[in-house]
Design a protein around this ligand. Structure first.
Ligand SMILES: Nc1ncnc2c1ncn2[C@@H]1O[C@H](COP(=O)(O)OP(=O)(O)OP(=O)(O)O)[C@@H](O)[C@H]1O
Ligand SMILES: [Mg+2]
Length: 247
């Protein structure tokens, strides 16, 4: 059955797009069929991070609006064959819940196992179209207190307004040295403050920045810390018990 996961945050720039690209690639390496949707209308950049800017023609609004069938609108990743992308429209479109439902039905019928929705920062109105089809959500936050407060608020809205029952947190850009010196929240503090269970930790990783700029997948690096984190997260999404990585 298709799992539709909304990737959200309170504050901007927490790593949602990096998470979507990395986890999508890791799930596809596990043999799953994965469709990524850039849900950040106007500010789209998932195609850049995936190195697929020259491949995208249609947006998810073209599919949800009934203009193009899903099968004709998706672009396949150049390296990961079972990973596809549907980009965001340049301007905010008029959508309907029915149109979004049709999109999800087409994804299910096409045999996708996962649909990852790279959401906009915060809680803009257009989030409701993505939340409408999501069966679960991942809130990405850094360990900064202000960012965690934003994550808590975003999660509460997703639960109360959009009725998403399963919401987990990913702690990104974790810097163990700061935690050791008491200068950053540790994992327990972050979970307490956000009131969310933890899906995974992603370390601060310069390679992730370089990969995002060049469109190369971090998953092509075997021993990289962030790549290892995305592999662990993919296995946890599959229900496996994977211990937290030692940082
Ligand atoms: N673990 C990490 N280590 C180092 N840099 C990171 C990490 N995660 C994300 N970044 C960098 O932080 C910046 C923002 O990341 P990203 O675009 O994924 O965030 P976002 O939440 O999607 O932002 P927005 O809210 O604007 O959509 C990028 O330059 C990215 O390379
Ligand atoms: Mg983004």
């Amino acid at each position: 059955m298709l799992k539709v996961i909304l990737v959200a945050s309170g504050k901007g720039g927490t790593g949602k797009t990096s998470f979507t690209a990395g986890t999508g690639a890791a799930l596809s390496q596990l043999g799953h069929r994965v469709l990524l949707i850039d849900g950040d209308c106007g500010l789209r950049n998932l195609d850049i991070v995936l190195g697929m800017s020259d491949r995208v023609v249609y947006s998810f609004a073209d599919v949800a609006g009934g203009a193009v069938p899903l099968a004709d609108a998706t672009a396949r990743h150049p390296v990961f064959e079972s990973l596809s992308l549907l980009t965001a429209p340049v301007a905010l479109p008029a959508l309907s819940e029915r149109g979004m439902d049709q999109l999800a039905v087409q994804a299910e019928e096409a045999g996708y196992d996962y649909l990852l929705l790279d959401g906009p920062a915060g809680l803009p109105a257009e989030l409701s179209w993505l939340a409408h089809i999501a069966t679960q959500a991942v809130v990405v936050t850094t360990p900064d207190s202000a960012c965690i407060r934003g994550a808590e608020r975003a999660a509460r809205t997703l639960e109360e307004e959009y009725c998403i029952a399963r919401i987990r947190m990913v702690l990104n850009r974790v810097r163990p040295q700061l935690i050791r010196h008491g200068m950053a929240n540790n994992v327990d503090d972050a979970m307490d403050e956000a009131g969310l269970s933890l899906l995974g930790l992603i370390p601060e990783d310069e390679d992730l920045i370089a990969c995002g700029n060049s469109g190369k997948s971090i998953l092509s690096m075997k021993k990289n810390g962030a790549a290892c984190a995305f592999r662990n997260i993919a296995r946890r999404l599959e229900g496996e018990r994977v211990p937290l990585m030692k940082l």
